[in-house]
Design a protein. Sequence first.
Length: 343
Amino acid sequence: MTSMRRIKVGIVGLGIMGRVHTKAYKSHPNVEVIAVCDIDEAKAESFAREFSIPRFYTDFRAMSEDPELEAVSITTPDFSHKEPVITFAKAGKDILCEKPLATSTSDAEEMVKAARNSGVKLMVAFHNRWSPPYAILKSRVISGELGSPIYAYARLCDTIYVPTKMISWSSKTSVIWFLGSHVVDLVRWIFEREAEKVYCVKRGYILKSMNIETEDFLHYIVEFQDGAVALFENSWVLPETLPSVVDFASKFVFTKGCVYVDTHHSQAMRVFTSAKAENPDLFGGPLEIHGHLTGFNVRTVWHFVECLIEDKTPLSTGEDGLAVTKIIEAALKSAAEGKPVKI
């Protein structure tokens, strides 16, 4: 593998996920990160220096014109994926876009169309498809061992640390975009069925009292083809005293069995110090094990590289991103109108 040519990539958006993608690329033997971009010039320059990256930009349009650049990760905030994706697609660069693909169906459709018309790959980073428990669950679904899906429950929540301290743009998104896109994709992928109808309820008290104009939580029920149903819960106002920033658990019921997955409240590892109790992340990463990076966030990026090297279709495509955006947009419409909405 190391004898292959090195693919030259760049990263747009140098926040938390930009750092994750950069570390993942830098750990791959067949990748060279040649450029990064952020609207904050000081951050872009410092980031490039930290990771020994030769070029940095403050304008993604200028970066898209780099003749050496072959592929790019878009790791900007939820609401700002459209313009970079379309720009790089038109420039002939393959794209790995963080979830959600877009926060409106019309934007997502334009992005998918731009990639298709330019003949470039558009992958959406639905990281949990590479999480070991869910990858194993998917393999059991494919084998037929579990039968057909009947219903599911998926809870993905964060502590209030995330919208108040971890990110600065929580008022410009919703927890259903920030977290819900993960679990909506996961259930759709496991069910192997398209969504048909959604009913959603949302409430906002705590964050709005802190002048952060976004919802505290959303609960929504999605009906899928063939009668399968999923109940979702997304919140980001849990107390910071929880032993994990993330609260993620799910249950899938099939005609021949059921599966429970809980990646953040397991007894696998618990750490107690005089300062706090902690359930460390054992799945996402990047996790350094004996000098090597691993974790499903890393594996997502490596899969994108594999698709470039082998010229194959990504496991999570732009069309998958579009499908998720349609479901979430319909859920928000349902919450606003107070009634079920067809998808």
